[in-house]
Design a protein around this ligand. Sequence first.
Ligand SMILES: Cc1cc2nc3c(=O)[nH]c(=O)nc-3n(C[C@H](O)[C@H](O)[C@H](O)COP(=O)(O)O)c2cc1C
Length: 412
Amino acid sequence: MTTIHDPITLAGAKLPNRLVKAAMSEALCGRDGLPNAELIQLYKTWADSSMGMLITGNVMVDPAALGEPGNCVIEADTPLEPIKAWSAAAKSAGSACVVQISHPGKQAPKGLNKQTVGPSAVPFSKEMQAFFATPKELSVDEIAVLVERFADTAARCEAGGFDGVQIHGAHGYLVSAFLSPKHNIREDNYGGSIENRMRFLTEIVTAIRAKTEEGFVLGVKLNSADFQRGGFSEEDSTTVIQKLESMGVDFVEVSGGTYEAPAMTGVKSSTKAREAYFLEFAEKLRAQTKIKLMVTGGFRTQPAMDAALASGALDLIGVARPLAIEPDVADRWLEGKTPKHEIKPIKTHLPPVDNAGLLEIFWYAAQFKDMGQGKAPNPKLSPYKVLFHYVKGNIKAMIKGGKKKPSRLRAK
Ligand SMILES: Cc1cc2nc3c(=O)[nH]c(=O)nc-3n(C[C@H](O)[C@H](O)[C@H](O)COP(=O)(O)O)c2cc1C
């Protein structure tokens, strides 16, 4: 029976075990978007974490479309030196490392970019409109440019020494928005049927394969569902995963939710007993696809991880937040011990802030900042302190929308 200790091969990458660090946006870069000393130090720490593979936080494919202040951006002509230094740090202790590549679509805070774009000009729910603007609908020519941007970013990551890339097709960002009938109401070849809604994603997959060598790992992170009425469904998700399998994609990571319905970090009582939020969907999927599956969300203990692997429903265990407050937690799992720290929701009890899920990102980014400076993370950091610093730094941009760029994150 498979356990977390077992090695696995993904295309040209050999993973020493089944534990994978899932993407967490680090928000550590400067305005140039280049990997810097703090990001490299953070990955040196995670390189020593005994994880089989590290997936980086979302790296943007377009400097005009950031998801948060401090995102890393990699384009066709991004200097290779800092990318090589980052990959070398991440891979220095034998873990494979894959870069998550993304476009935020409409899920970028107001004022961060000149404009946000989406498959269609579908506004956010009322209570979130203070934070997020209605996107402009992309033209077919603009879609083609973005497809090439994803491929250019992948090729640059390959030249920079990474083992592969993962397309971020989950959580309501641009690829995910195209997949969702709630956010994509186009009437051309990119909207309507699931075959049309997945066209943007499949074009990206084809373009990346054309610009990278054999053996370069290509993964996709996908929602099991959007958890919104009229959104991307489990049936849609299954169809997309079968298509990705037929295209030779190396692995699919299953997650779920959007900023408006953030299921990715939430726990439903029915699933809590089994730890992993999306395990039941993976079990259903397994009967319909042989693609290597990774499930992320809620895994906290070695017995639950081994039970999930033993069931055969999945191949890789994705873990995010535990690594942000306890970077050496994998050693404990591999020794059959429980983590030292528990993961608790980061809440301010202000519904629009908590629902947007952004505070959670900023709280964890503050931990990454400390780790990037060689310090230990602080599991007791106050969420109010983090919120106060974000609002103070961005109040003008939030009111004027687009006239001032949000400042770098200063969470502590
Ligand atoms: C601070 C933070 C940043 C995140 N950034 C990303 C990201 O860049 N890309 C992504 O696919 N998921 C991102 N996620 C979601 C995680 O990859 C993961 O799906 C989620 O945290 C659930 O896993 P966990 O219960 O092990 O934390 C982020 C989560 C957190 C907490």
